[in-house]
Design a protein around this ligand. Structure first.
Ligand code: R5P
Length: 333
């Protein structure tokens, strides 16, 4: 039997954790998190968690390894303090892109992370827009991967020109782009991307018609911005109207990203707060909060409610339903 619940925030995104807690009508659990001079992490829970349901909110965003170890240490502290159940809320799951081997003598680091989370006694993982759904299969415990797509579509409402096309920046995001397109009632275009290295990509083909159309490029992650910068160039070269909106769930926004996305054709860059966004002085950048989505999910766990509709990309259709019917087919030729 559990006796209440506590939400602890790691240091990666305490503002999001606080916002989730506020929406659930509670304060954050008290804990101390420090770094020793040698870089090691020191964690202490400052309140009891015995028989409690515990939620640890920590995206494993950059600095990825530090934030991961902090989460592992918090979970271990909760387990040793006899928490009834530990749910790790990772709004962004680092190493998700390391989900397969590209050649021999390579690790599958995404799997290693899953093993580590299980090893410290985490019972349940909640994440948002997991880079590849098969990562769920790395775990033996329940994983709930929510989607921020309806949140982002709501934020795009009224801002997207009615003749816009939704663009997938590579084959891997085609499904995501199709979900956005269905939600927004727009056609889909797919770019063929080749990755030359961790920082270099190249778009070789635009599949679909973008002539004189505004574009909404959707992605799960903006890291260096290379993928999107290449996509914008390819779309403009293919005749797209210089009216481009970018929407992505996880704005890692590494150093230099803003400079890559300064093209005047880019009207807006929309991300969620799954990762703490500290960028200042970037007027095109807008942040939509996923705190209500996560708070809703946690409330449902606490009341044994179903999460089914929080998974579904088309759970709520915030934009034009009738437009959706009109454009049901894609622009793919
Ligand atoms: C790739 O598969 C992902 O979906 C993103 O497109 C990619 O990780 C973005 O990285 P960057 O901003 O460094 O191009």
């Amino acid at each position: 039997m559990t006796s209440g619940f506590t939400i602890f925030a790691g240091t990666a995104n305490a503002a999001l954790a606080a916002s989730i807690a506020r929406q659930l009508g509670v304060g954050l659990g008290a804990c101390g998190i420090e770094r020793f001079p040698d870089g090691e992490v020191a964690v202490r829970l400052l309140e009891p968690v015995r028989r409690k349901e515990v939620f640890l909110v920590q995206p494993t965003s950059p600095p990825v390894n530090d934030n991961l170890v902090e989460l592992l240490a918090l979970a271990d502290a909760c387990r040793r303090a006899a928490a009834a159940r530990i749910t790790a809320v990772l709004p962004y799951f680092g190493y998700a892109r390391a989900d397969k081997r590209h050649g021999c003598r390579e690790p599958i680091t995404g799997r290693v992370i899953a093993d580590l989370l299980e090893a410290v006694g985490i019972d349940h993982v909640v994440t948002v827009d997991l880079h590849a759904p098969q990562i769920e299969g790395f775990f033996h415990l329940p994983v709930d991967s929510l989607t921020a797509m309806p949140t982002l579509c709501r934020a795009l409402r009224d801002r997207l020109p009615s003749d816009a096309v939704v663009v997938s920046p590579d084959a891997g995001r085609t499904r995501l782009a199709t979900q956005y397109a269905q939600c927004l009632g727009a056609p889909v275009v797919v770019l063929h991307k080749q990755r030359e290295s961790g920082t270099e990509t190249h778009v070789t083909h635009v599949i679909g018609d973008v002539s004189n159309r505004p574009c909404l490029i959707v992605d799960d992650i903006i890291s260096t911005g290379g993928t999107l910068a290449e996509s914008v160039t390819a779309l403009l070269n293919a005749g797209a109207r210089p009216e481009i909106i970018i929407a992505a769930t996880h704005g890692l926004l590494l150093q230099g990203v803003r400079d890559k996305l300064v093209d005047p054709a880019i009207r807006e860059v929309l991300v969620t707060d799954s990762v703490s966004v500290t960028e200042q002085n970037w007027p095109q950048l807008r942040v939509a909060s996923i705190a209500p989505l996560i708070a809703d999910a946690l409330e449902r766990f606490l009341t044994d409610g179903t999460l089914g509709d929080l998974y579904k990309a088309n759970a709520s259709n915030p934009v034009a339903d009738k437009e959706k019917k009109k454009h049901a087919s894609t622009a793919l030729s």
